[in-house]
Design a protein around this ligand. Structure first.
Ligand code: MG
Length: 379
């Protein structure tokens, strides 16, 4: 593909996905763990596709994951090759599967799904100009050499880097390097060095973390947050009763500046709360004529956009409507459909129930309705 210097170079990426990921404590390959709805393997592949620099992308896979990995590969224009018993064997298998006119090859751990397309292109360009481009970040912690629990040496931090992937190399050189070694190596640049080549560093990213242990799963950008929302509106004459965007036949409607959809208001406040954004009273003030009589579903669209801008998306919604009358049971399926459509979620992820309040309080006395919602969001 064409590089930023305008030169066309045949470029391949090897994404190592054959690991078992036993250290994560998961009963399945960590590549298939989901972060915000997408598997680690998908997120990683997409970064390579987005870089726009790869003519060929190979995933190394274990035979037991072949079917699901093939699907992920197909969706991203990649192909699969069986991995080996070790990382080194997997890299060798993938190198052997590349076409002989390949010029640049990027090798990447599939368990680094947060790699940016910019880092991928920077590594490849370095390899084109200097033979290699190895992502690495300056070490943050002091690093000690330790033997038998005692520090034997403190290393000069200013000269130390933590090496990541991608690591990009001229194809002929890395192929030559792998042909010269035996045993297993966790780092391609080490294999390259051992063959007498000089590995060149490109500035990596501290966010380009590798998922290795179970604890890593809780430090991921795909962490989850919940938010709660609550709202009350009183009944009034000459108003439509709208719940979750659905018109409910009833002699009274809810009073408010907008269409007073009490359920959608609770859902929006829950989404905003989970995303650390101001509530709807602040975002859509009832003094603003722009929102007079507006469909709350349109406001919900705006809230969805706000979340999207922050890289946040809802996972599921659970809401309850409190009313003595009318009986809502028959309208619940339509309300769920309507909310699910607005939130771009499957209907099974949008649950709504209705309850009376035993004739107590404003809802129980039939003076109004209340709704409460909890939303789970992810990054
Ligand atoms: Mg309201």
């Amino acid at each position: 593909m064409k590089y930023s210097d305008g030169v066309d170079r045949k470029t391949a990426a090897i994404v190592l996905c054959a690991g078992k990921g036993r250290r994560t404590g998961l009963p399945y390959n960590k590549m298939l763990m989901r972060i915000g709805g997408d598997t680690v393997a998908e997120l990683t592949l997409r970064a390579f596709v987005k870089s726009g620099i790869c003519d060929d992308i190979i995933m190394t896979v274990s035979p037991e994951d072949e079917d699901v990995m093939r699907e992920i590969a197909d969706e991203n224009g990649a192909r699969i090759v069986y991995g080996g018993e070790s990382r080194t064997e997997s890299v060798r298998n993938a190198l052997a599967a590349l076409s002989s006119d390949t010029e640049i090859v990027l090798i990447h751990d599939g368990a680094r799904p947060f790699v940016s397309p910019a880092l991928i292109t920077a590594a490849a360009l370095s390899a084109a100009e200097y033979g290699s481009g190895v992502a690495a970040v300056p070490s943050v912690d002091a690093i000690k050499e330790v033997r038998g629990n005692y520090v034997t040496r403190t290393l000069d931090k200013s000269a130390l880097y933590n090496v990541q992937t991608p690591q990009a190399f001229r194809f002929d050189e890395i192929t030559d390097a792998y042909s010269k070694i035996s045993g297993d190596y966790g780092d391609d640049s080490e294999v390259y060095e051992l063959a007498g080549y000089r590995a060149r560093i490109v500035r990596g990213e501290y966010t380009n973390t590798k998922i290795t242990t179970h604890a890593d799963l809780f430090r991921l950008p795909g962490a989850y947050r919940t938010g709660i929302g609550f709202d009350v509106h009183r009944f009034a004459e000459d108003r439509d009763l709208i719940l979750g965007g659905v018109l409910i036949p009833y002699p009274l409607g809810l009073l408010g500046h907008s269409d007073a959809d009490v359920l959608v208001h609770a859902v929006m406040d829950a989404m905003l709360s989970a995303s650390d954004l101001p509530d709807i009273g602040v975002l859509f003030p009832d003094t603003d004529p722009a929102y007079k009589g507006i469909s709350s579903i349109l406001l919900l669209d705006k809230v969805c956009d706000m979340l999207r801008c922050r890289g946040v998306k809802p996972v599921n919604v659970s809401a309850v409507v409190m009313a003595e009358k009318p009986r809502l049971a028959g309208y619940i399926p339509a309300i769920r459909e309507s909310l699910a459509r607005a939130l771009a979620l499957p209907v099974q992820n949008v649950n709504v129930s209705a309850t009376t309040t035993e004739k107590l309080g404003i809802c129980g006395e039939g003076k109004g309705m209340a709704a409460s919602a909890i939303v789970l969001v992810t990054t």
